[in-house]
Design a protein around this ligand. Sequence first.
Ligand SMILES: Cc1cc2nc3c(=O)[nH]c(=O)nc-3n(C[C@H](O)[C@H](O)[C@H](O)COP(=O)(O)OP(=O)(O)OC[C@H]3O[C@@H](n4cnc5c(N)ncnc54)[C@H](O)[C@@H]3O)c2cc1C
Length: 383
Amino acid sequence: MSDLDEQEKLVLDAVARFLERHVRPVASKLEHDDAYPHEIVARMKEMGLFGAIIPQEFGGLGLRPSTYARIIELISEEWMSVSGILNSHLIMARIVDKMGTPAQRARFLPQFATGELRGGLALTEPDCGTDLQAIRTMARRDGDYYIINGTKTWISNGIEGSCFALLVKTDLTATPRHHGMAMFIAEKGPGFTVSRKLEKLGYKGIDSAELVFTDYRIPADRLIGGVEGKGLACAIAGLELGRVNVAARGVGVAKRALDEAVRYSQQRKTFGKFIHEHQAIALKLADMAVRVEAARLLTEKAAHALDRSDRSDYEAGMAKLFATEAAVENSLEAMRIHGGYGYSKEFVVERLYRDAPLLVIGEGSNEIQRLVIAKRLIEKNPI
Ligand SMILES: Cc1cc2nc3c(=O)[nH]c(=O)nc-3n(C[C@H](O)[C@H](O)[C@H](O)COP(=O)(O)OP(=O)(O)OC[C@H]3O[C@@H](n4cnc5c(N)ncnc54)[C@H](O)[C@@H]3O)c2cc1C
């Protein structure tokens, strides 16, 4: 924690206490019941976490992305779903902060910072996720309004949230395709409905929903940045933070899997020995620990690049790729080390094993991260 200032240390200490007292005791029950953690959210509001990276002039905590990444790592060690409630909201806030007009920043950032107005990011559609420029949700100008029609799916906070950074097309025929894209700050209202809650393998507790827009009228001043054609740039501005956040989640899940395995291997005996004394288990523990440390270093490097507002797709791609694969591998290894108990709902490793795979899919799948890394590698090393 050497690079942190006093305020950042205080925030991280407060988060650690909050997790120990208010999240750890209830996480398993809420997760297995797929119940939204209302009390946890209320406490996060009180702590100002919904404004973690929002500038202080707008009522936020003004934390650096690298400090925010540490918060996400701590939360994900306890219960990854809680990090999603926060992060989808803060991606929306970051887009408004980086790409919004002064009036949009002044109007929305203070409400986002208190958590009174909460929500997330609405990009994905039933027919496309990775290929964002193929979206079909359409916004048509009508005087001082736009009329929006289309469907978004898999939207985190879709039920409990009330405001979303909504990616749309304004021109289906534009070339290149992103010139016909725009993003709106869309609050729920007539024409904007939740059609269904989506059931999932893991990442329970947080609501994932399908959102339907039917002649939804939105004032033109909700167009982020005030001009059409910036939709993809808005999405990219948000996903920069999202990638570092997902990497930090990976570190948290991988670390918890390691901790559980280290503890259990000193409790369980087979053939007259604690299982960590069997070399086959010791080797697994060592590999798991290396993964956690390497994932954390890559994530810190990417987060510090964001702190400096440097271009960070190469670093963030590596961090996201490595840390999320580490989470998948460590959660499986932790399950093996726990033997039959690892398959039991009474042990946390079962939840880690169900949560981890989401990380390789979201915020740009790991296949895409590899392509981004390779492309940048060639750009950086021309011959
Ligand atoms: C629990 C959960 C929460 C989510 N939350 C949100 C949210 O809040 N907001 C939101 O907008 N979306 C959200 N998503 C959607 C998520 O971002 C998408 O699922 C993701 O972007 C992948 O898109 P897709 O599912 O359409 O897969 P596809 O794009 O159809 O990809 C299918 C497969 O093909 C691979 N692939 C695709 N294109 C290429 C290529 N060019 N080269 C190599 N491989 C390729 C992909 O890596 C993947 O393996 C969420 C998803 C889940 C499961």
